[in-house]
Design a protein around this ligand. Structure first.
Ligand code: ADP
Ligand code: ZN
Length: 722
């Protein structure tokens, strides 16, 4: 459409109700999906043409589209995906679009292939903004003005000014490396009989070119990865792009090397640690269709896919697929939604599938293929229980005698052992022995966690840091502060005492820079350490060939929460962490310390009876009307003032609609009633499965407009109950 008779509806990456109307200037050719620049107030913004319509003569004067980018338009499927996701989660479409456009480099013109890097010289004038820019530039990677500005949270003028001052120098960017074409027969194993059957089923599904969902179910190490590679090969052979989603932490070099080995070239990667230039390369490659294989974390779903023909969601049960801040979405569910819009299949792979997925299989909505054998390896490790009620531990110690004896034996035999404890830091709690005062975060209703390596107390909710006080802040007694309970650092201290010759590694997300963690994982894999102490991030998808013993220090943590998925999560975590043992030549063994050895979950773990456990869990959920038998949505009201927040929440409760099959629970103070200085109240909407929860929520919230510091967050299908 051209000419001055057209109006373009432009979606902007802002929390607006819908697209804004702009006039298409004469001579500008636009079509839906084109990326454009439009004026908004005093600013210029990048947006996407959502629709075009003829101009009505009564139309008030509109501003003009300022420019159009010379790049492939966003395909219709992707635009529909944005709209659907927005409707499902009751989130403005512009907020979803913002996730798609999160790649400033992709929108810089060809003339701006100039980047900046730090020089030795110090600018004449220093401001906090300038020093943020320099700090990032000194990491050594040349970045474009827009990227550097975004990373530092400042305007591009700050970058330009630093360049004029000589503190930054301009360099030309090399051209973006083109993506190699995958070689579908580059490598891979001769598949086992089981694998062949499974691979054939997946290939047949891909060949149908329709939307279907298939669960690939098999214990850790049964060879699922090799099987879904075959599905990927089939989709690539048809000319499509494929997306392999992994929990961020599983995106490791050894895994990427496997993909490379199978397809003869390095896949494109997408995760939060990517350098801006590489982000741009992948974003553009996905948009123009030249990036054929992308291995990515959940946000890779939002890349502007040109010809997406298959999504594989590995570790589909993983909680990390749920995003809680910003737009709260579940990447596994949205992968299935995308498949239904784009009419392509989706493979969900897991050793411990989620109950949601298993029930979809029961209902016949998803297909399933199973792998029985642990390929060429011993069966899943035997799991033994240690009854901690009888362990009679010394105070301040956590390793029971039976676990100690097994670890020692393992180390003596030259093998690797893992002690698993899902708590970062040194101690989760610090108390004053004189008055009982407990150190709490000033911004959150939560204890401060001691991190002894960093010599700091830290809030795991808001990141608040404080030094360890010498005297109790309450009663001022000196030297009375004591740690209570274990974190991995404290467990490592005990382990170092009891296994003085062990080479100990601590793996937790405190190795915050992705590269540090990746190095540490590689060193463990190579066997440079023989005793690994780790949080749940070691449980996930890593392959430690020398590991033969896993000790779970406290298996009861998640069981004791009010989270309806606590049991399911514990099961998955135990199976995953136990599955780390015995992946090499020798068989593995797992020992689980628990105060609840007679709990049905522990008994089922010991007997390796997954199905009987899951059946019990299904019955519990069905009776309680919980997902996947019923639906949940959470509303969180928060505000700076405690009284005002409570009043708002109570008033909101009074206007909740009454609807058949819907129960509104609350308002009640949220489990974390103060978070980042905000008071929090919570509603839980429980609905029967056939109820349209979104319609209910829309009706309820249609005239609700929180003002001032008040905010209302809607979380459809919540996973975290904080
Ligand atoms: P899963 O994804 O189910 O955990 P993997 O695909 O990672 O299992 O396989 C476990 C191990 O077995 C890997 O080291 C893999 O290289 C190896 N493996 C898988 N399939 C075969 C096969 N057909 N022949 C030989 N080795 C295989
Ligand atoms: Zn805090």
């Amino acid at each position: 459409m051209t000419g001055d008779s057209a109006i373009a509806e432009i979606l902007l990456p802002l929390a607006l109700e819908g697209p804004y109307s702009y006039r298409v200037p004469p001579g500008m050719a636009l079509e839906p999906g084109r990326y454009v620049v439009v004026p908004l107030g005093p600013r210029q913004m990048i947006g996407v043409v959502w629709a075009l319509k003829a101009r009505a003569s009564t139309e008030k004067t509109l501003r003009e589209v300022a420019g159009v980018f010379d790049m492939a338009p966003m395909p219709e499927t992707h635009r529909r995906f944005v709209d659907w996701l927005s409707a499902y989660y009751l989130e403005p479409a512009g907020n979803v679009l913002r996730m798609v456009l999160r790649c400033p480099g992709a929108f810089e013109g060809p003339r701006e292939q100039i980047a900046y890097r730090a020089t030795e010289s110090v600018p004449k004038r220093m401001t906090p903004q300038r020093s943020r820019v320099l700090e990032i530039a000194r990491e050594g990677f040349a970045m474009r003005a827009a990227e550097l500005a975004e990373a530092a949270g400042v305007g591009t003028s700050v970058v330009k000014a630093l360049a004029r001052d000589g503190a930054l120098e301009a360099v030309a960017l090399p051209a973006l490396r083109p993506f190699p074409v995958p070689d579908l027969n580059a490598g891979g194993f001769t598949l086992s009989a089981d694998q062949k059957v499974a691979a054939e089923a997946l290939r047949a599904m891909v060949a149908e070119r329709q939307h279907r969902v298939m669960l690939l179910d098999g214990v850790t190490g049964s060879g699922k990865t090799e099987v879904y590679f075959e599905a990927m090969a089939a989709a690539l052979a048809g000319g499509g792009q494929v997306l392999l989603l992994l929990p961020e932490i599983a995106l490791t070099q050894p895994f990427l090397a496997r993909v490379e080995n199978r397809f003869g070239c390095e896949p494109a990667q997408w995760h939060s640690d990517l350098r801006p230039r590489e982000r741009e390369r992948v974003w553009r490659g996905v948009a123009d269709g030249s990036a054929r294989i992308v291995v990515g974390a959940r946000s890779a779903l939002f890349l502007p896919w040109k010809r997406l023909k298959l999504i594989v969601v590995d570790e589909e049960h993983e909680g990390a697929y749920k995003q809680d801040d910003g737009v709260p979405y579940h990447a596994r569910d949205m992968a299935v939604l995308y498949g239904s819009i784009g009419k392509f299949p989706v493979v969900l792979s897991s050793a411990t599938p989620s109950l949601e997925t298993l029930v979809n299989v029961d209902r016949g909505r998803y297909g399933v293929v199973r792998l029985k054998d642990r390929h060429g390896r011993p069966e899943l490790p035997e799991i033994g229980l240690i009854d901690m009620k009888r362990a009679a531990l010394e105070p301040g110690t956590w390793i029971s005698e039976p676990l100690y004896a097994e670890v020692r034996k393992t180390l003596e035999e030259g093998d690797q052992a893992l002690l698993f404890l899902n708590r970062r830091g040194y101690a989760p709690l610090t108390l004053c022995r004189a008055c009982g005062h407990r150190l709490e975060c000033p911004n959150c209703a939560a204890s401060l966690v001691e991190h002894r390596f960093r010599r700091q107390l830290m809030c795991h909710h808001c990141g608040h840091l404080a030094p360890m006080p010498q005297a109790c802040p309450h009663c001022h007694a000196e030297g009375k502060m004591v740690p209570v309970g274990p974190g991995v650092e404290r467990l490592a201290e005990e382990a170092a005492q009891r296994f003085p010759d062990a080479r100990i590694a601590i793996l937790s997300s405190d190795l915050s820079r992705g590269t540090l963690l990746r190095d540490a994982l590689r060193e463990v894999e190579e066997g440079q350490y023989n005793l690994v102490i780790g949080t749940q991030l070691v449980a996930k998808g890593h392959h430690f060939p020398h590991l033969t013993l896993v000790g779970v220090v406290d298996a009861d943590v998640a069981l004791e929460t009010s989270d309806p998925r606590g049991g399911e999560r514990t099961w998955a975590l135990m199976a995953q962490v136990a599955g780390r043992a015995g992946r090499g030549a020798k068989p593995g063994r797992a020992l689980v310390q628990t105060y609840l050895p007679e709990h049905p979950l522990m008994q089922a773990l010991k007997r390796a009876e997954r199905d009987s456990y899951l059946n019990q869990e299904k019955a519990i959920r069905e009776n309680a009307g919980l997902p996947p038998y019923g639906r949940l949505a959470a509303l969180i009201v928060s505000g700076a003032d405690s009284g005002e927040t409570e009043r708002f929440a109570r008033n909101l409760g009074l206007i909740a609609p009454v609807a058949e099959g819907v129960t509104v629970l609350g308002p009640a103070p949220a489990p974390i009633a103060l978070l980042r200085g905000r008071h929090r109240w919570r509603f839980l909407v429980k609905a029967r499965r056939e109820v349209n929860v979104q319609a209910f929520l829309r009706l309820w919230l249609k005239d609700v407009h929180p003002k001032g510091s008040l905010a209302l967050q809607v979380d459809v299908d919540p996973y975290n109950f904080l």
